[in-house]
Design a protein around this ligand. Sequence first.
Ligand code: SIN
Ligand code: FE2
Length: 226
Amino acid sequence: MMRNDDNPITLDLFADEPPTTSGQIERIGQQAFVLRGFALPWLERLLPALETVLQAAPFRQMVTPGGFTMSVALSSCGALGWTTDRSGYRYTAHDPQTGRPWPDMPALFRELAQAAARAAHFEHFEPDACLINRYVPGARMSLHQDKNERSLSAPIVSMSLGLPAMFQFGGFERSDKTLRVPLFHGDIVVWGGVDRLRYHGVLPLKDGRHPRFGAQRINMTFRTAG
Ligand code: SIN
Ligand code: FE2
C-alpha cells in the first residue's frame, strides 16, 4: 500500500482503493506505523463526542504568518489548541474565536489515542491537545514538521475519517523524497522517536462522497503539546 513519488501511475490507479486490510500494521519508518482501520470499532461512540466538541469550537479557516488562508479548516480540543495568524503559530489555552478555553478532550479520544500509541510501541502517551482538520476536495496540507510542541519525546497520533487522502511521509529536509501512503476512513498513523520530526503533508483531496462524511475528510491529531 506504500508507494513513492517515482510512481505517479500506480498512485492514480490505487488511490481510492478501499482498505481490505483492517487490523494490519504497516511500518513506514523505524518508529512510524500505519494502523489500518484501527479507529473503526470506536467510531459509534467517538462521533457524538466529536460533534459536541465542534459545536463548542467550530471549524474555521486560519491565516498563516505569510498571509495565506489555509485550505484546511481547523478546530481543537484539550488543554491546548493550535492556532496560526499573521503573528505566528502557537498553542493556546483559549480558542481565540470564542474567547473560551478549548473544549475538554473527551475521555474516549484520549483512550483511543493511547491505544493507538501502544500499538505503535509508545507507552505512557498523555495527549493534551487534539487538532481537528477538515479537508474538502482540493484542500491540502503542504510539507511541514510538527515542532510547536514543547517536548518532542511524545509521538503524533493521527486519525483519518471520511474521504481517502494521500499522505506524504518524508525525511528531515523538506526536499527529501517522500513516501506516499493512502489513508482511509478509520486508519491511524503514529510517528515518534527517531521519526518524530519527519516532514509530512497531504496531497489535494480528490472529489468523492463518503457514505458517512459526505465530501470531506476529517483528520484528528493527538499530541503532547505543553
Ligand atoms: C497534519 O499534519 O496536521 C495533518 C495530517 C493529515 O491530515 O493526515
Ligand atoms: Fe503535521
